[in-house]
Design a protein around this ligand. Structure first.
Ligand SMILES: Cc1cc2nc3c(=O)[nH]c(=O)nc-3n(C[C@H](O)[C@H](O)[C@H](O)COP(=O)(O)OP(=O)(O)OC[C@H]3O[C@@H](n4cnc5c(N)ncnc54)[C@H](O)[C@@H]3O)c2cc1C
Length: 500
């Protein structure tokens, strides 16, 4: 890989037209990727491009009241940068943490905002990618080239949220908003608000809005498992009180969180009924006395088949106890001019309806990929360890954990990519591509996500668009952190990868 610039540098608007590594996405994954790359490969040039106007990805897009993490920040934060705040953090606190990482490592000069990648074409003759970029601030079309493409585009479409259509939506006279596109001017003070949804976003919004709204109703089709968690973990508070260095506290809290998460996961697999009972029992004392917990908070799926949603200090339960919020489990028959009519015949009056109905999965940021002029049909390709794709050279991607913190995996993938680049340097290779081995000729190609293992709506809705998974190493994905933290750093770089 070279660091020479392309001679046809024309536009003054960009600093370089060729970089050794192009990172797509300036969310927590992309910024982490750039950090690792800079540390391990200081000689390589790189740029980060992002379609948004600033850093943060998810935490930039989601600006709704109360927006916060679900995970603890000791594991959602990077391994290399201690978290000094409360265990569960607000969106702004996460953005401030990312700003520190950018400042401390001089990453700002490498990031180009409002640069949307629309297409990426690999040429085997040139041994590089040509990437089409739309500058959303000037409307210019740019063409960048790179030796290695590092896709950190996240997993959902930032521009288009998932919003089902219901009958009568046009007739509703109040406002309908989606959490992914929260209007800055929306004032819910003194208003009747219905939040449609039961996931982490609904559970975050309901208590936050309930502070000043007249009343908030969480309208769900089916229940979710919730667990109350302290905002500041007791152990972290103790370590800080003892003046333990932040780096130590961070590492101790990470280990504690990982062990705790693994224990829950083990129970979910081995004794799901015991875990279900434990979750229900821990919710019961926090809810109003006559609350129908089976109807509203006892899902039909096994715990951890979908993400377990944390409630800081049990805030949703507090709002329910105080009567500022309520839960209705029913289906929507139609919107009406004044609210929603339910299948049970009940009516919910509303001034504002929030559709916390989730995401649309985005496959590699909707970038059109071609390899030697052939469009890549990802549905025919297989994942290599959940970080590269068969037949697609010099491209890695970050897809974090569903259940553990996303960033635990982002860090592991970054380390893997840096190790792969080391290997290529050592052997003088310029190209690496995953390729099925002869013994994989008859391998069954499985859907990307096993519904038995993890089956939320946004995954199930998009399975048909996704790449496939095999039944053996290295063609699997969706392992747990406990396995991968040993497996990925030791993975044989000659198994399933072909170099040129
Ligand atoms: C409200 C909310 C709360 C969450 N809380 C947690 C949590 O507590 N713990 C957890 O583990 N996970 C959580 N998640 C999941 C979360 O999205 C990830 O953990 C994490 O933030 C994803 O980071 P990322 O950098 O991989 O992707 P993103 O944050 O999605 O960032 C991707 C970036 O890539 C850019 N991009 C995409 N396509 C293109 C393109 N074609 N061209 C240019 N730029 C492009 C986007 O503009 C975006 O800025 C949460 C998700 C949401 C929505």
């Amino acid at each position: 890989m070279t660091t020479t610039e392309s001679p046809e540098r024309r536009t003054p608007t960009t600093d370089r037209q060729h970089v050794d590594v192009l990172v797509v996405g300036a969310g927590i994954a992309g910024i982490g990727a750039a950090y690792h790359l800079q540390q391990r490969h200081p000689g390589r040039s790189f740029a980060i491009v992002d379609a948004l106007d600033t850093r943060g990805g998810t935490w930039r897009t989601h600006r709704y009241p109360g927006v916060r993490s679900d995970s603890d920040l000791f594991t959602f934060g990077y391994g290399f940068k201690p978290w000094r705040g409360p265990s569960i953090a607000t969106g702004d606190e996460i953005l401030a943490y990312l700003d520190e990482v950018i400042d401390e490592n001089g990453l700002a000069e490498h990031i180009r905002y409002r640069h949307r990648v629309t297409a990426a074409s690999w040429s085997s003759a040139d041994r590089r990618w040509t990437v089409e970029v739309n500058r959303e601030d000037t409307g210019e079309q740019l063409r960048l080239t790179t030796d290695f493409l590092w896709m950190c585009q996240g997993y959902y479409d930032h521009d288009r949220p998932y919003r089902p259509e219901w009958a009568g939506m046009d007739e509703f006279q109040g406002r309908i908003v989606h959490p992914q596109q929260w209007p800055e001017d929306l004032d819910h003070t003194g208003k009747r608000v219905v939040v449609i949804g039961s996931g982490a976003t609904a559970a975050t919004l309901v208590p936050a809005i309930a502070e000043t709204a007249k009343h908030v109703t969480m309208l769900q089709r089916s229940p979710t498992f919730f667990i109350a968690r302290p905002k500041v973990a007791e152990l972290a508070a103790t370590l800080r009180a003892l003046d333990i260095p932040d780096e130590w506290t961070h590492e101790i809290m990470r280990r504690a969180s990982v062990v705790q998460g693994e224990e829950v996961m083990r129970m979910a697999k081995e004794t799901p009924d015991v875990l279900r009972e434990f979750l229900i029992d821990s919710m019961r004392p926090l809810l109003p006395e006559d609350f129908d917990i089976d109807k509203h908070f006892n899902p039909t799926y096994r715990p951890w088949q979908q993400r377990l949603a944390a409630l800081p200090e049990g805030d949703l339960f507090t709002a329910l106890r105080e009567g500022t919020a309520s839960v209705v489990t029913d289906t929507i028959e139609t919107f009406t001019p004044t609210g929603i009519r339910l299948s049970s015949g009940d009516e919910l009056e509303a001034d504002i309806i929030v559709t916390a109905t989730g995401f649309d999965l985005s496959l590699f940021g909707n970038v059109a990929f071609t390899v030697d002029d052939e469009p890549v049909d990802f549905t025919q390709q297989v994942t290599y360890r959940g970080l590269m794709i068969t037949g697609v050279p010099n491209m890695a991607y970050v897809f974090g954990y569903f259940r553990a913190s996303w960033t635990l995996r982002a860090d592991l993938v970054s380390e893997f990519v840096c190790r792969l680049l080391d290997r290529m340097d050592e052997r003088g290779h310029e190209v690496v591509v995953p390729q099925l081995r002869p013994e994989d000729a008859d391998m069954p190609l499985l859907p990307w996500s096993d519904p038995e293992n993890f089956n939320p709506g946004y995954v199930m809705r998009s399975q048909h668009r996704m790449y496939k998974r095999g039944d053996r190493e290295p063609w699997t994905h969706h392992k747990e952190y406990i396995e991968e933290r040993a497996l990925l750093p030791a993975a044989d770089l000659d198994d399933g990868l072909v170099y040129r």
